[in-house]
Design a protein around this ligand. Structure first.
Ligand SMILES: [Cu+2]
Length: 478
């Protein structure tokens, strides 16, 4: 269970134990929403000692005499289109509770303990609707070999200084060092099934770095990924979250299938396979999510080596009807995707090739690969494949609605705490400026930046920050 939800539930239990002080156990009756941030609402009530449900329910834009009083009491729903109003201090809206466990009725909800049919219907989601009610969204994706530079600027953009001796372990090629460039295999999007023209990334996508293209769909759609493997090892496209048949799983293991159902398990160099994934309701936002959720995809033939070599990307699923023509959730102005991962290049399919291209000769390949200092120099503490602030500076506008989708990946070292300086986010309904990530964990955090300037966004694990897991964003007012 997510730790934030866990904390919220804990506080709910405390709240319930003193519910007599909150208006006869009803906690304001219809004045409370169990939707979205129900735990947050109750936690706040306890912390500030105010009465439950004293704030009148009102719609966005309406003002009351309480406005600006500084109290956090009352109702804070975090549902659907009302979500961003929370940033501006507006109170909650019962309208949003339709999406909650309880339909706005505190008694039915039992504060998150509802195990009845309504709750389980939400868990299951409506069955997948026929394709004629949704869209088929096709992406043409190749896996292709590239030389990737983790530090293209050639200096530490966080300090503004040349790399220190310690930093040069990761950035300076030499007799026993690869430096900042590695041979990698990355997902890249093409414009058609001919795979002749690479799809150009927009300025808003620059921050993706070595990540693959982002797949967008809404509940009710079908995703078709036409995959062409140009790399010199078998690769796949394995999704999280969406619904797939066995020939769309993109993972190899003893699963009792055979024949055509194995074609997805490993696409050889020069081969193609089309992965078809349905997007049922259970692949989309849950009761406490905003208008969209994040899933990852990655190659899962030799999972650790495939990932380390670079085959990973993002996917966004919105509620039905919430994906705009610009491939954005309709209530979001900008999407940002970050993967915090220590890319262990020692485990790449292409480590030998990287050594041969970038380590100064002479060297003995096997002796070098067994050397501890050399191995440490290949642990790239990166965000989307950049270290020491070498990514293009992410530009955000003051006041716009920004949705961050963040994931962790990797091994036992990959315990990350992405931290925003300068601005804050709402994450799981809680006000935060630091998230928590374990490998393959994905979080969504929303920000309305209000502090102008250039700010660092970095992993707060000290060793990771010191070794380069940092990037810059700039908030501008225009
Ligand atoms: Cu970290």
């Amino acid at each position: 269970m997510n730790k934030h939800i866990c904390l919220a539930l804990f506080l709910i239990v405390i709240s319930l134990s003193s519910s007599n002080a909150c208006g006869g156990g009803g906690c304001g009756g219809g004045g409370y929403s169990c939707c979205g941030g129900f735990g947050y609402t109750r936690a706040t009530t306890i912390l500030d000692g105010s009465n439950c449900g004293v704030t009148p329910v009102r719609n966005p834009g309406e003002s009351t005499s309480e406005e600006g009083s500084g109290t956090e009491s009352g109702n804070k729903g975090t549902c659907g289109g009302d979500f961003y109003a929370d940033f501006y201090g507006a109170d909650s809206y019962l309208r949003g509770s339709i999406d909650g466990y309880c339909g706005g009725d505190i008694n039915e909800c039992s504060c998150g303990k509802n195990l009845g049919p309504l709750y389980w219907a939400k868990v299951q989601g409506r069955s997948f609707e026929r394709v004629d009610t949704g869209k088929i969204r096709t992406y043409y994706v190749a896996a292709e070999e590239v030389e990737w530079d983790y530090a293209p600027l050639g200096f530490n953009a966080i300090t503004g200084n040349p790399f220190t001796t310690a930093e040069q372990a990761f950035t300076q090629r030499g007799p026993n060092r690869i430096g900042s460039k590695y041979v990698k295999c990355l997902y890249r999007e093409y414009t058609s099934s001919s795979f002749k023209t690479l799809k150009k990334r927009s300025q808003h996508e620059e921050h993706l770095g070595f990540m693959g293209p982002t797949f967008h769909a809404e509940v009710g759609d079908i995703l078709k990924i036409v995959f062409y493997n140009k790399c010199a090892f078998e690769a796949t496209v394995h999704p999280h979250g969406v619904f797939y048949n066995k020939d769309g799983e993109g993972a190899i293991y003893v699963d009792g299938t055979s024949g055509a159902d194995k074609n997805d398990d490993g696409v050889p160099q020069g081969g193609k396979h089309t992965y078809v994934w349905r997007v049922p309701e259970r692949a989309g936002p849950g009761t406490h999510d905003g208008s969209s959720v994040m899933w990852m995809y990655h190659s899962h033939h030799h999972e650790s080596m495939d990932f380390t070599t670079g085959l990973v990307g993002n996917m966004v699923i919105t509620r039905k009807g919430m994906l705009s023509e610009y491939n954005l959730p309709k209530d979001v102005d900008k999407e940002v995707f970050y993967m915090f991962a220590i890319m262990d290049e020692n485990g790449s399919h292409f480590i030998d090739e990287s050594i041969k291209r970038f380590v100064e000769r002479p060297f003995d390949l096997e002796t070098l690969k067994a050397n501890g200092a050399f191995r440490n120099s290949n642990l790239m503490n990166s965000i989307n494949g950049y270290i020491f602030g070498n990514a293009p500076v992410l530009k955000l506008k003051k006041g716009e609605r920004v949705r961050y989708y963040i994931m962790g990946m990797g091994g036992f070292r990959d315990l990350h705490t992405p931290h925003w300086q300068g601005n804050v986010v709402l994450l799981d309904g809680l006000r935060q400026n630091t998230a928590s990530l374990l490998p393959a964990e994905m979080v969504v955090a929303d920000m309305v930046p209000d502090a102008e300037g250039i700010w660092v966004h970095h992993c707060h694990v000290l060793e990771h920050f010191a070794n380069g897991m940092s990037t810059l964003y700039q908030v501008v007012d225009y």
